[in-house]
Design a protein around this ligand. Structure first.
Ligand code: ATP
Ligand SMILES: O=c1ccn([C@@H]2O[C@H](COP(=O)(O)O)[C@@H](O)[C@H]2O)c(=O)[nH]1
Length: 238
């Protein structure tokens, strides 16, 4: 059987994508498909931790423009990511695989607190580990969380599963003439100001020498393809 290129990865899953054709919430068929693809990717022999975004429920900046303070809005956003993790955990377990949600916040009635030790333990047990609550701090994003957690747990890459098939010279949803990059350095991604990920995430990845692969989750079995080194995505690496 083909071997995965990366033994341990953090997958950053777009929250917005989980809404499917809706503008809010979780589209069950989309969630179920992603659960199945995560299980298939894990079966290739990779250890998989997932950081789930919250854009399908709450983004701090949007809430704070309506009168809530930014730190409170961001906390709401981080809690939204925990909800997404719980939904994904249930979808994975319904398919007979094992998953475990860990949160950056203490919430013992809901799930265990994120620690590196707990993450190592559950990955070694063959579970898909879902990392909720972002970094636990306002003013950050789940993209930065994905890079941070990847560096903490010794993952070899961050796979950003999103609704575009790579990094472009401009937002391809707004500019149809935008050009797609096959490969960029972290410094080029920062200098270009490409908004597919925030600068903090790219900068931390550069600092920790972590490759980031941006790919479309809409392509069937894209995660497995990327893990096997065959996928269609933009590689951001030093
Ligand atoms: N230069 C660019 N190249 C590619 N995509 C870009 C670029 N600039 C902006 N984008 C946009 O970045 C978005 C990334 O989407 P994604 O949902 O992953 O973002 P997010 O805000 O990190 O996720 P979440 O929904 O979890 O909050 C895409 O929708 C894409 O249209
Ligand atoms: O470390 C973090 C991570 C996230 N947030 C807040 O959560 C929402 C949802 O995350 P996305 O990355 O946009 O999917 C985000 O808008 C922030 O408000 C945070 O504060 N800290």
């Amino acid at each position: 059987m083909a071997e995965p290129v990366y033994r341990r990865v953090v997958i950053k899953l777009s929250g917005e994508y989980l809404a499917g054709a809706q503008s809010f919430g979780i589209d069950q068929p989309t969630l179920d498909r992603i659960a199945g693809e995560l299980i298939s990717a894990q079966k290739l022999g990779a250890e998989i931790a997932v950081v789930v975004g919250g854009g399908n429920i709450v983004r701090g900046v949007e809430v704070s423009s309506r009168g809530v303070s930014r730190p409170t809005g961001d906390t709401m956003g981080m809690l939204a990511t925990v909800m997404n993790c719980l939904a994904l955990e249930a979808a994975i377990e319904r398919r007979g695989a094992a998953a475990r949600t860990l949160s950056a916040f203490v919430m013992p009635q809901v799930c265990e607190l994120y620690t590196r030790a707990a993450t190592h333990k559950y990955l070694a047990e063959g579970r898909i580990v879902l990392l909720g609550g972002g970094t636990g701090n306002p003013f950050f994003t789940t993209d930065t969380t994905a890079v941070l957690r990847a560096a903490e747990i010794g993952a070899q890459a961050v796979l950003k599963a999103t609704n575009v098939d790579g990094v472009y010279s401009a937002d391809p949803k707004k500019d149809p003439s935008a050009k797609r990059f096959d490969r960029l350095t972290h410094s080029e991604a920062i200098a270009g100001g490409y908004k597919v990920m925030d600068t903090t995430a790219f900068a931390l990845a550069r600092e920790t020498s972590l490759p980031i692969i941006v790919f479309s989750i809409a392509e069937p079995d894209a995660m497995s393809a990327i893990l096997l080194g065959k996928g269609h995505g933009t590689i951001v690496a030093g």
